[in-house]
Design a protein around this ligand. Structure first.
Ligand code: SF4
Length: 476
């Protein structure tokens, strides 16, 4: 029977890619992917554990699905995949008996078999990796079972959008003291460069024009084959040179400590690599950075921004900040405000510290900044960034520039102060619509145009600005 599967995705771009790959894998196994849980035989929730709030949302979602199953949809199969599946497997078994599948991010290649077993035998299926017990840095590896998931990508599915993610590394070895990712996605694994290039070529053949290379610390990529190591700068250059059909090449997320000048040089001499860097700083205070185990200082971070700006004056930066990390004083917070003013990001994600069990910060440092103070500091940083972003976007008024049209306008909030497109499918019928697009610097642009422009590059001229969006009109 051609069962219908609905996948709900929470969290980061890595989860978005995982959901796409899982969808392709299940389609190949004979399932139908549907756009609504209401018509599905199987609901898979791809979860995020980065903040407490993200996990709360999943628990309530599971509660609602449990009630539906209880009240009539007896055959509904509910699965939890993603970071919570690895981190909270025991709790899911206890608190959510309606869940029949638990599958961690590094075991997704096994999902079709788990699903088949759940359908045929009505028995609980679990595939987790034990990363949550990890106690230190494991040497980076260059091979893993999960390669099968990326390698079996569905290019028919990828062709529905002009944009695609390509994974270059899985997992993380940085062990920032606040972060659960090393315990949910496991040790760093680097994919062979040739597989990455082949995947990018096939995406371009399928009609993709923008490729984003993904890694938790993408610029830490280093693939070893015998005596030869391919660095991130070399990989970036090879993708740029060997896949000329990519009109826009991006990469996220960069780890400041590992960002080398070779990568900046490759960016500067490769016109199709977007002039954009997401470089999370997390705090403006060196004392906080040390407690966070980030491995960079404010001085080394600002020197990196400076070098990048010297080589590429038009480059845009985005940052991440955490407020209310344990023991953060007003003095530390003042340094974070100062950093925003000096860094001049085009946008910055600001988050309140959320203690996560299993992390070093949770074990060692009491969560001693009251929530009311975290909220105030959060708002203060957002207000400062809002002024900076508005001034940044106003610079585009009167200028003509190229954008890639991502979707018809259906903007929604992402994090605290950003907007993301949520409907990037091509093939819209011809009709006037408000369109959402992105510059090469990752600035969001809205303008009126024909819906059939989704998935194409066009020239627009800036006419107005808000902190989040450049308003524009289509150039003749
Ligand atoms: S680099 Fe740090 S913040 Fe980023 S995923 Fe790894 S541990 Fe988490």
């Amino acid at each position: 029977m051609n069962r219908a599967v609905y996948i709900e995705t929470y969290g980061c771009q890595m989860n978005v890619l995982d959901s796409e790959l899982v969808a392709g894998q299940l389609e190949a196994a004979g399932y139908r992917i549907v756009e609504s849980a209401a018509v599905a035989d199987v609901v898979l929730i791809n979860t995020c554990s980065v903040r407490d709030l993200a996990e709360h949302k999943v628990w309530s979602h599971l509660g609602r699905l449990g009630v539906e199953k209880e009240e009539g949809r007896k055959d509904l199969i509910i699965g939890v995949i993603g970071c919570m599946a690895e981190r909270e497997a025991e709790a899911i078994v206890k608190r959510a008996p309606q869940v029949e599948i638990v599958c961690s991010p590094s075991r997704l290649d096994r999902l079709p078999i788990l699903l088949q077993n759940a359908i045929e035998n009505h028995q609980f299926q679990r595939a987790t990796a034990g990363h949550s017990q990890r106690s230190g840095v494991t040497p980076s590896d260059s091979a893993d079972d999960l390669e099968a998931l990326d390698s079996a990508r569905s290019y028919v599915r990828a062709a529905t959008s002009a944009q695609a993610f390509v994974r270059v590394t899985r997992g993380c070895n940085k062990l920032c003291s606040f972060c659960v990712v090393p315990y949910t996605r496991g040790p760093e694994v680097h994919r062979p460069p040739q597989l990455i290039i082949d995947e990018a070529k096939r995406l371009v053949d399928a009609g993709v024009i923008e490729v984003t290379l993904l890694g938790q610390t993408v610029n830490h990529y280093a693939y070893r084959a015998g005596e030869v190591t391919t660095s991130f700068a070399q990989l970036l250059w090879r993708v740029h040179e060997e896949v000329p059909g990519i009109e826009r090449l991006r990469f996220v997320t960069s780890f400041p400590r590992d960002f080398d000048d070779e990568t900046l040089d490759v960016m500067a001499r490769s016109s199709r690599i977007c002039r954009y860097l997401h470089l999370p700083v997390q705090s403006g205070s060196n004392r906080m950075l040390q407690l966070m185990n980030r491995g960079h200082t404010i001085e080394s971070y600002m020197a990196l921004l400076e070098r990048a700006r010297q080589l590429m004056p038009d480059i845009c930066f985005a940052g991440d900040m955490i407020v209310g990390f344990p023991s953060e004083t007003e003095g530390d917070h003042a340094l974070s405000k100062e950093l925003l003013r000096v860094a001049q990001y085009k946008g910055c994600f600001v988050f309140k510290y959320s203690p996560r069990s299993g992390t070093v910060a949770h074990r060692r440092y009491p969560d001693d900044v009251p929530d009311v103070v975290k909220k105030e500091r959060n708002l203060e940083l957002l207000d400062i960034q809002s002024e900076i972003s508005l001034a940044h976007n106003r610079n585009k008024i009167g200028q003509a520039f190229e954008v890639l049209v991502e979707s018809q306008s259906k903007l929604r909030a992402h994090g605290n102060n950003e907007l993301v497109q949520i409907d990037g499918l091509r093939g819209a019928s011809s009709r006037k619509a408000r369109l959402v697009a992105r510059t090469r610097g990752d600035e969001i642009v809205a303008f009126d145009g024909d819906a059939s422009l989704v998935g194409t590059s066009v020239r627009v001229r800036g006419v107005d600005a808000t902190p989040l969006t450049i308003l524009a009109r289509l150039e003749d």
